[in-house]
Design a binder for this molecule. Structure first.
Ligand code: ADP
Length: 336
């Protein structure tokens, strides 16, 4: 095992003088975090975060979702010590980012959005440099272990420019892990990465998580958040509009689709069903979209039966996060 959970969760010796309690169950805790970017040269100020309250439990794979400009990067950059918040409090692994900035920063590894790898250094050299920046003593560096964990061992001495896109992405994850942070943040990690490489990257992320690393990923790819994350927070216009375990979030949507295979082929949708939302699909199946809160399944089936449709088979289609996302962001805009 490369990242020993016990080791990750233990404060390092040099951190033991801390005045911050180490007993929180949350890897990240934010309370009322606001950010106003001051407008330059007559530009108006920009309220990027309106007061974020968020808790990311230790051990989670947590999705931070939201459209472009929602405030995701601002939030993670505040946690990583790269952007100064205007108001509020935040802790990373129990360390207050204002009172214990060094320890808070040491607890977090950020995999940046862009594929910026050092052109002239081999992966091993890049990791050594990064470890140096974080003040990891030579004796504690685990360059080859990290490269092995990310499937880059045989590229340790290669020129960075010879790495494929997927390898570069993994090298960025490796760099974020050199100081053994218990929290790993991936900022839009799959933007511009093809599906195969995305899958590979997820496998590594899941593996790191199994070894005890808390993972936060920001994305606007909903399907990945849905597949990977235990909990999801949705941010829109600098506000958290939802934060729930993934299954709970999925169950909130008030739109379901019932797929029916009729016993005999239907050429037209019967007039008596015209006020229902129906599609006749090319494969002969009938898709019925309905809101469970206003129509129960019994009523729906009775209506179909009355219209002379005999059912050979039926399934329901899961609503996905895309729908929830639209619903939630729409209602947030409505409120504004
Ligand atoms: P996301 O990561 O969700 O796309 P960002 O955190 O990058 O969102 O941006 C949130 C809002 O803050 C956007 O309106 C963006 O234009 C604005 N913003 C981000 N960085 C700056 C900056 N350095 N100066 C001024 N405004 C900024």
């Amino acid at each position: 095992m490369i990242w020993d959970v016990a080791e990750i969760q233990k404060p390092r010796k040099k951190d033991l003088h801390l005045d911050t309690p180490y007993n929180t169950d949350d890897a990240i805790e934010a309370r009322g975090v606001r950010k106003i970017y001051k407008g330059l040269g007559g530009e108006p100020d920009k309220l990027a975060l309106k007061g974020i309250d968020l808790s990311v439990p230790k051990g989670a794979i947590f999705g931070l979702l939201g459209p472009n400009g929602a405030g995701k990067s601002t939030f993670i950059n505040i946690l990583a010590g790269l952007v100064v918040k205007t108001e509020g409090t935040a802790t990373v692994w129990g360390f207050d980012i204002d009172k214990n900035p060094r320890q808070a920063r040491a607890s977090i590894g950020v995999v940046p959005q862009e594929l910026a790898v050092d052109f002239f250094f081999s992966p091993a050299e890049s990791l050594e440099i990064q470890a140096g920046l974080y003040g990891v003593p030579k004796a504690e560096r685990r360059t080859l272990d990290i490269l092995r964990a990310l499937g880059l061992e045989d590229k340790a001495g290669a020129y960075a420019r010879t790495l494929s896109g997927g390898m570069k992405r993994r090298l960025l994850v490796a760099k974020a892990m050199v100081h053994n942070p218990p929290v790993l943040i991936l900022d839009e990690p799959t933007a511009g990465v093809d599906i195969e490489l995305r899958r590979q990257l997820w496998d590594y992320v899941v593996e790191l998580n199994k070894q005890g690393v808390t993972v936060v990923l920001t994305t606007h790819y909903l399907e990945e958040a849905e597949a990977l994350c235990d909990s999801i927070a949705i941010i829109n216009h600098g506000e958290v509009v939802a934060c729930e375990p993934t299954p709970q979030l999925l169950s909130r949507i008030d739109e379901k689709t019932l797929i029916i295979r009729p016993q005999t082929e239907i050429s037209n949708i019967p007039d008596s069903l015209s006020e229902l939302s129906l599609d006749l699909r090319a494969d002969g199946q009938l898709a019925v979209h309905y809101s469970p809160s206003t129509m129960d399944m019994d009523t729906l089936l009775a209506r179909l039966n009355d219209a002379g449709i005999r059912i050979a088979d039926l399934t329901t289609e899961q609503s996905d996060l895309e729908d929830i996302f639209l619903q939630l962001t729409y209602s947030a805009e409505d409120r504004a």
